[in-house]
Design a protein around this ligand. Structure first.
Ligand SMILES: *[C@@H]1O[C@H](CO)[C@@H](O)[C@H](O)[C@H]1NC(C)=O
Ligand SMILES: *[C@@H]1O[C@H](CO)[C@@H](O)[C@H](O)[C@H]1NC(C)=O
Ligand SMILES: *[C@@H]1O[C@H](CO)[C@@H](O)[C@H](O)[C@H]1NC(C)=O
Ligand SMILES: *[C@@H]1O[C@H](CO)[C@@H](O)[C@H](O)[C@H]1NC(C)=O
Length: 409
């Protein structure tokens, strides 16, 4: 009981810090004794593990300057000349995530390195508004206008720009799409509205696919009924960015989440009430590294979009209110995504204990995808939403199946 109460208190505190306006790179405040990964950016992390890394910038049609991180080849793969095959993989992170989500785990458990070793040319997205993609040709993050986006825009504009850029740069005609959580919503939004991209993607491997939110469980369901009010209040107060970042966050993490302090378990519980509990798969030692990279920032609208789906029980675009909808879509209600347009072969990988991509919602998605090639349930019953990025046995439980699936295309 105490645990639950304490967890809820910390949750409220965390929600309360949505509004921290300052943004600082975490490196200055991470103490020396932290594991080195907490101190590094994604490219530095890749370098630290001895892999080659490239940084690329892509400008979207509406001026966002996105940063892509690339591991052109693996270490063993290069030695075996497997790297020459040029199978290009595009990895899209989840909400509040970044390219670091694919890089933080130890190299034998992190998907980016695993794919590089399998001979893939690995490109990792950073959606607009996250730590690495906060630049714009005419706007800046201090302006409300910068933050008027959700993952729908990431699907229509960011992912499409990234994919065109990657194909042009590599000289390939097609690539493999690997998404996690919001990275899957982006894939679905992109392909339902831009069927011409179906041919640019060999296949999509979607992990913890966030789509319908009808079965959402856990702490976030306490907030969803107030989604509209929250959106209005936050916007009225001038908080357009959802980023529990800055010094407040770093101090809280040091205070509560360090493996050497008693509240470390409490910190884990906060993650568990959001994504589903799986005590065996979280590496407490590694928590500071994870929390130094995550959350990586996004717009408040982006989160509210999911809350709206939990309330509306449909899979559609952001609800801007009647007048806003007329402006954005030329109709009073948000258009729904037409999943029957997604002819690209698509595989789903999901967990039974996932609070945010609930098995009933995944089943509904599976039934509506016209070219479902694999519907893979992770065998461990406790496997939860967050486990897909940082579980101790992520490779054994999920990634090896993803790799095997992609190898067949
Ligand atoms: C973190 O980065 C700073 C500055 O780059 C460096 O001085 C420090 O030694 C690093 N700490 C660790 C634990 O690597
Ligand atoms: C942002 O992009 C502009 C080009 O539009 C560039 O001149 C500037 O250096 C970039 N700023 C950062 C911080 O990367
Ligand atoms: C969805 O797309 C399919 C084929 O792509 C089309 O036949 C159908 O009419 C569309 N449905 C809606 C509601 O637009
Ligand atoms: C599924 O994808 C394959 C490969 O692109 C394609 O040949 C096939 O027509 C697709 N099937 C459907 C039902 O769209």
């Amino acid at each position: 009981m105490m645990k639950t109460v304490a967890t809820l208190i910390l949750l409220v505190v965390m929600v309360g810090c949505w509004a921290t306006p300052s943004f600082t790179r975490r490196r200055e405040v991470v103490p020396e004794n932290r594991m080195v990964g907490a101190n590094l950016t994604s490219p530095e992390l890749i370098e630290a593990y001895g892999y080659p890394v490239e940084i690329h910038h892509v400008v979207t049609e509406d001026g966002f300057i996105l940063e892509l991180h690339r591991i052109p080849h693996g270490l063993k793969a290069r030695r075996n000349n497997l790297g020459e095959a040029q199978r290009v993989a595009y990895l899209h992170h989840g909400i509040l995530g970044s390219s670091a989500d694919w890089l933080m785990n130890s190299p034998d458990e992190a998907l980016a390195y695993i794919l590089a070793e399998e001979g893939y040319d690995v490109w990792m997205a950073n959606a607009r508004g996250n730590t690495y993609s906060r630049n714009h040709t005419s706007l800046n993050p201090d302006q409300a206008k910068f933050w008027q986006f959700t993952w729908d825009d990431m699907g229509q504009k960011d992912a499409t720009s990234d994919i065109d850029y990657i194909l042009a740069t590599t000289g390939q005609e097609q690539l493999y799409y690997v998404g996690y959580s919001m990275g899957c919503s982006i894939y679905l939004a992109m392909l339902s509205d831009n069927p011409e991209y179906a041919d640019k993607i060999i296949t999509g491997a979607l992990m913890a696919p966030a789509s319908y939110m009808t079965g959402m469980k856990g702490a976030l369901t306490l907030l969803t009924p107030y989604a509209e009010e929250l959106d209005t209040i936050l916007n009225l107060l001038g908080y357009h960015e959802f980023l529990p970042g800055g010094e407040w966050w770093d101090e809280a993490m040091q205070l509560y989440c360090d493996p050497s302090v008693v509240t470390e378990e409490l910190c884990e519980n906060v993650l568990f009430v959001i994504g589903g509990a799986d005590h065996e798969e979280i590496n407490s030692e590694y928590l500071p590294v994870i929390l130094a990279h995550f959350p990586a920032g996004t717009s408040t609208h982006n989160l509210i979009h999911y809350a709206q789906l939990a309330n509306s029980k449909v899979f559609g675009k952001f609800d801007w209110g009647t007048i806003g909808n007329l402006n954005h879509y030329g109709q009073r209600t948000p258009p729904l995504y037409n999943l029957s347009n997604i002819v690209t072969p698509t595989a789903l990988f999901w967990g039974q204990n996932d609070y945010l991509a609930d098995p009933t919602d995944v089943a509904r998605l599976a039934s509506e995808l016209p070219n479902l090639t694999l519907n893979h349930m992770v065998s461990k019953p406790e496997f939860s939403h967050l486990d897909f990025t940082w579980a101790i046995h992520a490779n054994e439980l999920v990634y090896q199946y993803v790799v095997e699936y992609l190898a067949n295309y």
